[in-house]
Design a binder for this molecule. Structure first.
Ligand code: SF4
Length: 65
């Protein structure tokens, strides 16, 4: 099962991830990414990976357990 990691120190709050996959990513009031679900079903992997790729500062990653 894929696991989602976010480096909140790198995040600049652009919000690309939340636009691409709002089920997994949000941006908090301080403009920093929030991971809403850390583990995602295999069926959602491609959408999560697209959100990871959309981050301009490479703050996101997907890892396998
Ligand atoms: S796309 Fe990257 S910089 Fe933008 S909110 Fe998401 S993690 Fe942060």
């Amino acid at each position: 099962m894929p696991w989602v990691k976010a480096d909140r120190d790198l995040c600049k709050g652009y919000g690309n991830c939340a636009m691409t996959d709002p089920d997994v990513f949000d941006v908090d009031g301080d403009g920093t990414v929030l991971v809403l679900r850390e583990s995602v079903p295999e069926a959602d992997r491609s959408r999560v990976e697209a959100a990871v790729r959309s981050c301009p500062v490479s703050a996101l990653s997907v890892q396998d357990e």
